[in-house]
Structures are given as C-alpha cells and as structure tokens.
Design a protein around this ligand. Structure first.
Ligand code: NAG
Ligand code: NAG
Ligand code: NAG
Ligand code: NAG
Length: 431
C-alpha cells in the first residue's frame, strides 16, 4: 500500500540521483578541486558583511541581552522556533551572513552566483518565528564555544549542503591555519582549524544504514538496496564527536526498496543474500530503528549532543503555488508569501515516522533534538540551485532548450536558506 505515494516526482528523483552522482562521481581524489583555494586567507573578521561597527555592537548586545533575560529553559519550551514566516530584510544588511566569493570552501554545486545566478533578493530573507525571536548568529562567540570540539554532519547531500554553509559561516572568524579535504575514500569531508582545534566534518551515509547508495563513485540505478540492520561500518566513524547532526529522508522515498533480510553488511558480498521488497514507510521505520539502537548503545548523551534535521521541501511542481503546468523551481525569485503553504511533495506520514522514532528514543533517556526545518523550507521555492551550479556532464540538446529539465530543486544556494538552518541549530547547541 502507498508505494506510489512514497515516490517523489520523477524529476526530483532524477535530480537527487543525478546530484549524488555528480557529487560523488569524482570520488576522494578530486575532492580538493571542489574547494576553490583552501589556503586563501580572507581578511574579514566578522561574518556580518559591510555593517557599521555600531550595528555590530547593537547586534551583539541584543544577542547577549536576549540570552541573559531568557530563563534557562529549553528553547522548545519557551517558543516554537520552527513555526514562523519569512521577512524580507534589505535594510539591516544582516543577510547574507557572508558573500559567495568570501568562502574559499564553497562547493561548485552550491555556488549559484559563480554559475550565473543574477537575482539577489533570495539572499535577504530573515526567518521570524511566530511570537518570539531567536539569538542571531554571532560568529566570534560561536567559534569561541566550539574550541576543541568536533561537529559532524551525517547523512545525504542536503546535510552536506548544510555542512558547506556552516564552514562558510565560521571560517573567517577562526584565527590560524585552516584546511579542508577528504578522507575514508571520499566518505568523509573535513574542515579543520588547527589553532582552535575545531573540526566540522560531513560523513556520507544517505540512509544512515548501509545501502547501495553508499559508494562515493557508484550508486546509480533505480533499485534501492538497503542492508537495513547494518550500520556499524559507517557508525564507527561517528563516535568521536561532540555534536552529531543527522539527516535522512529523501533517499527513502523511492518507489522500490529492497531490504536485506539478514543483519549482514553489504560489504560482506555473500552470494545468496536474500532481499524483501517493502514500501518506503516500513523501510524508513526499520532503518531508523537500527539507527536508534546504535545511538542508544554507543552514544553518551551527556557527552555528545544529538540533532536530527527535518525534511526539506523539493519544489518540483510549480502548480503547487499556482505556477505553470510543467514548471518547477526554475526561475523562481520570490518565496511563497502564504506561510501556511504546503507543497504536494512533502509527505507528512514519513515525517511522523521520524517523530515517533525520536520520541521513542527520548523515552529511553536519549534526547535527539529535531531541527524541524520543514515548514521553513516550504515557502522558499526561490532558494534552490536550479541550473546555477557546476554541471558534471555536458547538457543534452533537450536540456539546453528546456533548462528547467535540468533544474535542481532539491539543493540550495549557499549563502542562502541553509544558513538559517545553521542559525537555528546553533541556537539549540548553545541555548
Ligand atoms: C560597503 O559600504 C560602502 C559604503 O557604505 C560601499 O562603498 C562599499 O562598496 C561596500 N562594500 C561592499 C563589499 O559591499
Ligand atoms: C528593498 O526591498 C524593497 C521591497 O521589499 C524594494 O522596493 C527596494 O528597492 C529594495 N532596496 C534595495 C536597495 O534593494
Ligand atoms: C582536539 O579536540 C579533540 C576533540 O575534537 C580532542 O579529542 C583532542 O584532545 C583535542 N586536542 C587538543 C590538542 O586539544
Ligand atoms: C515538523 O513540523 C511540522 C509542522 O510544520 C509537523 O507537521 C511535522 O510533524 C514535524 N516533523 C517532525 C519530524 O517533528
């Protein structure tokens, strides 16, 4: 039942497959070339671009005041940061938090302006939760508090999108030697700041458990095969972290999922491995169970803070917002201004599976804080990379004639919407 409902639009699926292919096609060796020039020192000291000193002071003070006056309760009990609206703000120059050319670590897949995006309004939106404010990003304060810590993002290319935004937000405020690179045959992307002993890393495990999507070089194909009970080969690389940020959602929304019946690893390569075909809901549930069990057994929640990023919108159907019949996010330059907007591709049933997984974990004493960016991304049809990114293969004639066919409506321009996810994440980390 419901198999059809699981699958995201064909366009989208292609985008995701396509993107993950081109992100990982080149593998570990070529990774360094993704970074523009990682030794380049950028001489700005604050990430607030071109703001007068007075304004910076006001922002910092504001921020402290808010922290001071706030009772030591969890953010969640005082306000729902995830329910709000977008406010256009081209007056304070607070956004964007940094400029594209100021980030030497920006990947070519997210560098929209470098690849020809001309409109800039998408850079100037502030997220305003209903009924409260959250502490604005203060790069220097954040960097001090991250001293000696390792942040690790684990998941799919959307988490990688967020990781890339995070290092762009932080790097200019960290003094000393910094470098970025790849490790573990391209599974691990690293950012290191030596003097401050800060690591901000990304680990590729799109389904958290093992799957045939794990290879950095070869995970094409429409048939998703998942070793639903095997996680250790990935997870052994996650333990040594102070802050773990997971995501996993879109890869489960495949029309066909084949789950390995035994608890073996796909890497074992047994000849007679048996699979069972299930729908995406069951697969997601069982996959999250394997992940939860691992978290409970291996992570001390007093030592490691745990977060899970919510699902993001993929604006593949312009008709959702009254657009053209076969349109998607291509050429969108404004958000949807109705904050109740909900696109047809965001599957509430999948999200409720994540919700119950996390609350089950919580009942055993392990709190994984959800950073629920689902509503926040709904309206931002203007924030995607679309055609403004590096193409790893020449466009076909059809794509040239019809650029929207090649429009990536899953990933997001950096700087852009992922910066807000990180502001919210950091608000929780340092609440
Ligand atoms: C910063 O602002 C000044 C004027 O206040 C302007 O001349 C300059 O071009 C701005 N720089 C950038 C990078 O926007
Ligand atoms: C700022 O935004 C308003 C609309 O919200 C627009 O009319 C105005 O031209 C913008 N100003 C600049 C400097 O971009
Ligand atoms: C650097 O930070 C890591 C944690 O990320 C810690 O294990 C290590 O001891 C730190 N090293 C130094 C020299 O402080
Ligand atoms: C996230 O928030 C939406 C409302 O915007 C809610 O429907 C959904 O269940 C929440 N998801 C999770 C995983 O908590």
């Amino acid at each position: 039942m419901g198999k059809k409902n699981c699958s995201i639009g064909l366009c989208d699926m292609q985008t995701i497959i396509h993107c993950s292919i081109f992100i990982f096609f080149v593998g570990g060796l070529a990774t360094i070339s993704f970074y523009k020039n990682n030794k380049q020192q950028v001489s700005i000291t604050v990430t607030l671009t071109n703001v007068s000193v007075n304004t910076i002071e006001t922002l910092v003070l504001d921020h402290r005041r808010r922290f001071k006056s706030a009772p030591p309760l969890s953010l969640a009990t005082t306000c729902d940061l995830f329910s709000g609206r977008w406010v256009h703000d081209n007056k304070t120059q607070y956004y964007p938090l940094y400029k594209e050319h100021e980030c030497p670590y920006l990947e070519e897949t997210f560098a929209c302006q470098t690849y020809g995006r001309k409109d800039t309004k998408y850079l100037h939106w502030r997220w305003q939760p209903h009924g409260c404010n959250f502490p604005r990003f203060d790069a220097k304060a954040v960097v001090e508090r991250l001293r000696g810590k390792r942040l690790l993002f684990v998941g799919d290319s959307l988490n990688r999108n967020q990781w890339n935004s995070m290092i762009c937000m932080l790097h200019s405020s960290i003094p000393g030697v910094k470098s970025a690179g790849a490790d573990l045959n391209g599974l691990l992307y690293t950012f290191r700041a030596t003097d401050y002993n800060i690591s901000v890393d990304f680990y590729w495990a799109p389904m958290l458990v093992e799957s045939n999507g794990d290879s950095p070089t070869n995970h094409h194909g429409n048939s998703r095969m998942v070793a639903i009970k095997a996680i250790e080969n990935h997870a052994k690389h996650w333990v040594n972290s102070d802050i773990l940020i997971f995501n996993s959602f879109h890869w489960w929304r495949s029309p066909e999922l084949r789950l390995l019946k035994s608890a073996e690893s796909l890497l074992d390569d047994h000849p007679n491995q048996e699979y069972e075909e299930v729908d995406c809901y069951l697969a997601y549930k069982v996959g999250l169970k394997t992940w939860s069990d691992w978290v409970r057994a291996h992570i001390d929640p007093l030592k490691t803070k745990l977060y899970f990023m919510g699902a993001t919108a993929t604006h593949s159907k312009a008709r959702d917002w009254g657009g053209m019949k076969h349109g998607n996010c291509y050429r969108e330059t404004e958000p949807v201004m109705d904050d109740r907007f909900w696109e047809s591709q965001t599957d509430l049933k999948m999200m409720s599976i994540l919700e119950s997984s996390l609350s089950e974990l919580k009942s055993t004493g392990v709190n994984v804080q959800i950073i629920n960016i689902t509503q926040l991304t709904q309206c931002r049809k203007d924030g995607h990379t679309t055609v403004y990114r590096k193409h790893w293969r020449p466009l076909t004639e059809e794509q040239k004639k019809n650029p929207q066919l090649d429009s990536d409506c899953s990933h997001w321009c950096v700087p852009g919407v992922p910066d807000i996810w990180n502001e919210l994440l950091l608000a929780y980390i340092f609440q």
